[in-house]
Design a protein around this ligand. Structure first.
Ligand code: AMP
Length: 507
């Protein structure tokens, strides 16, 4: 991540306010390089993948340069698909949320012309759309580009691959001479270079290079998962991985808190680590992880910079990092002091192309992470339950507890086994998932070669800025509802000696 803050980049105050509201801590590398160039009015050629933060890299400076009070189209973004157009439009809407009377209009093929024409008549400062439909509107005269200040070609190589390059060139030819232009592409095939040479003369070039480095001693795994199931997958990873300390990386400060709360509700000793905490609070959090008071930290890249806690056995990349540099830094939080470490990366289908870049950069292919099947998981839970139970078998209070159960059984003409069963159900109700009474559900698998499903929200990392579908939907509790008509006492948690720490930590 960059050392610069957003405030130092010279963005419009209203844009800066929106960025802060969305919770971004610092500019990603592409943003740090792109924003000053675009703010200076230069053309820009960006070689970067999805997931690097490139939408904000062009949206923030371009929004800072327009006259928000004028309702004519001032920024035009061309995207290869309707889904991408919608996502980019959503991103612009978020970054422009502090402007008054501001409109962002997505226009794409497959949708009725009428609402698009209505939107264009009403006025929109930003138009985001697919090339074919955009050209239709230009030809019909329903879209006019006289006041256009900037044009962005997003995922240019995809537009080429999908056969839109002629439409793109036709649109480029209709933009005003003095219009600023930016082109983003993951690769630079000759036709794209030709477009760049013709329409983006003297462009500033920004490349988010992948460094070749090997992360030694750390086994690296990848788990493809749909964005909306990320939390379920994480919950399961934490259940089955024999970790000592773990660090989970997310993208925003808000997410550190949200995810930490969710994991805490699942019984983990977890704390967030982000830039909103003051120095003393951060030190305390790290100290808690070192001492074992906490087992998991949910952190942003910035807050975890340089973190050195030998007991971190696992790094979980809940959100993909912005670049390979950040990935290498994250991964290096484990395998400290010559120990072994494990890194697990969750990727959504759209982020898979990024994975290949990463493998090249770290010089090692990632292994596929296997989540246990429901049957294996049930067996594992049964074994863990047994271990926990046996942890109480030598408890000094056992005799008293047995005598009490005998009394209850006798008074109620029950078997002792029945009383023990009722006790287990009570335990399950007060600590959902503490007892494998239910068969766990299977998580939907994405095969390594499955074609990417263009997810409307969340397919790109996070979908809408600051929005993570994984957080929207709580996972299904493993064992049903919490205590109904809670019996007296302290939530049903057995007193006395705690079971072995490892099994306990996973609960
Ligand atoms: P993109 O590469 O534009 O698809 O962006 C990927 C994701 O990163 C989106 O979910 C954005 O909301 C998020 N994002 C972009 N810039 C930042 C930043 N500086 N800090 C945190 N998250 C960001």
């Amino acid at each position: 991540m960059s050392e610069l803050s957003f405030a130092e980049l010279g963005l419009d105050p209203a844009v800066l306010e929106a960025v802060s509201a969305v919770g971004y801590e610092t500019p990603t590398p592409i943003q740090a390089q792109t924003i000053p160039a675009l703010l200076a009015g230069k053309h820009l050629l960006g070689v970067a993948q999805t997931g690097t933060g490139k939408t904000a890299a062009f949206a923030l400076p371009l929004l800072s340069r327009i006259d928000a009070s004028v309702t004519d189209p001032q920024i035009l973004v061309l995207a290869p698909t309707r889904e991408l157009a919608i996502q980019v439009a959503e991103a612009f809407t978020t970054y422009a949320s502090k402007f008054r009377n501001f409109h962002v209009l997505p226009i794409y093929g497959g949708q009725d012309f009428f609402p698009q024409i209505k939107g264009l008549r009403r006025g929109a400062q930003v138009i985001v759309g697919t090339p074919g439909r955009m050209l239709d509107h230009l030809r019909k005269g329903t879209l006019k580009l006289d006041g256009l200040k900037a044009l962005v070609l997003d995922e240019a190589d995809e537009m080429l691959r999908m056969g839109f390059i002629d439409d793109v060139e036709a649109i480029l030819a209709k933009t005003p001479q003095n219009c600023q232009r930016a082109l983003f592409s993951a690769t630079m095939p000759p036709q794209i270079k030709k477009v760049a040479n013709t329409y983006l003369r003297d462009a500033v070039e920004v490349r988010i290079e992948s460094e070749t480095r090997t992360v030694e001693r750390i086994s690296q795994f990848v788990l493809p998962v749909y964005a909306e199931r990320k939390l379920d997958a994480l919950t399961r990873i934490l259940e089955v991985e024999p970790f000592d300390g773990a660090i989970i990386f997310v993208r925003t400060k808000a997410e550190t808190t949200l995810l930490a709360e969710k994991l805490s509700a699942r019984g983990h000793a977890v704390a967030p680590l982000n830039g909103d905490l003051n120095q003393r609070q951060r030190e305390q959090t790290v100290e808690d992880l070192k001492s074992g008071k906490k087992d998991i930290i949910v952190a942003t890249d910035v807050a975890a910079r340089g973190l050195d806690v030998p007991r971190i056995t696992h790094v979980i990349n809940y959100d993909v990092p912005y670049d390979t540099e950040a990935y290498i830094h994250r991964t290096g939080r484990t395998g400290r002091a010559g120990r072994e470490g494990k890194a697990i990366l969750l990727v959504t289908p759209r982020e898979r192309s990024w994975l290949r870049t990463l493998e090249r950069a770290t010089n090692s292919p990632m292994q596929a992470y296997q989540l246990p099947s429901p049957v294996e998981l049930k067996k594992m839970r049964e074994e863990q339950f047994e271990t926990q139970l046996l942890g109480f078998a030598e408890d000094g209070k056992l005799a008293k507890a047995m005598a009490l159960l005998d009394e209850i059984a006798e008074r109620n003409e029950m078997d002792t086994a029945m009383v023990a069963g009722a006790l287990a159900c009570w335990l399950e109700a007060s600590q959902p998932g503490s007892l494998p009474l239910e068969q766990p559900e299977a998580l939907p698998e994405i095969s390594a070669n499955a074609p990417p499903r263009r997810e409307r929200q969340g397919g790109r990392p996070g979908g809408k800025p600051g929005y993570k579908p994984g957080f929207k939907k709580g996972p299904k509790g493993r064992g049903g509802p919490g205590p109904k008509g809670k019996p007296p006492g302290k939530g049903g948690k057995p007193a006395g000696k705690r079971p072995p720490r490892q099994a306990d930590a996973k609960r």
